[in-house]
Design a protein around this ligand. Sequence first.
Ligand SMILES: [Zn+2]
Length: 251
Amino acid sequence: MNRREFLITLALLTETTLFGISEEFDDSLSIFNKDLIAISLLKKLTKIQTQVGCRKFNIISFDEMYKTASYLKCALTKKEIFYIENIFYGNPKLYGFSGSRTIRSLTESVNSKNITYIEHSGHYLFKGDAIKKYKKIKNLIGPELILTSGIRMPVKQLYLFLKKSAVSNGNLRVASTSIAPPGFTFHSIGDFDIGKAGYGMSNFTERFEETDVFKKLYDGQYISIRYPKDNSFGVRYEPWHIKVVKGSDCA
Ligand SMILES: [Zn+2]
């Protein structure tokens, strides 16, 4: 690791904002200046998503993404890979996210035999508990209930996390209250999001609580919420996020 890389690592490990590096790191600012790496990565990931389609992009592995980037002549640079590794393997508690790690390796992939595509949703669910839970609540509610997000492997989660970070001026504390960092989302191992058909982005706000879909499921105790109000994980209240996987931090 050269001095510049060391400074980047140090900055990532000590700052709550990724890009707001303090004065003493001025000589390394050219790398991070104005979110350059994040912006560059976002552009590349967007290009890859367009190439493979949103559906496939949800489950694309890091290796597949890397190969597709090279094919599209937008290969990832060493700095970009270093940056991704820091996000993935870093300690998110340093910027206020206290959820558990769900995926150990950045290059983890899903076996197509273990997943099912949910028609008209653009999303996949794992066979077993996730699909059973989804079918149960789908049968109860009917066409009004939609799957708004299913399996999200590290590349997709990275993309969402970078997008949220970009609109949060690089503040990872703010970004991680609504999007878990890659490696730390339960979407990678079974959880999923539901919504009411035609409710649009309101499905991802507390207004979802006001819908018949939510009330019926909640009153009937058909769902348990991963991130309840005032949870200790540093994540906003998410009534739409359905907990499937048991975990020590998700009572
Ligand atoms: Zn979710």
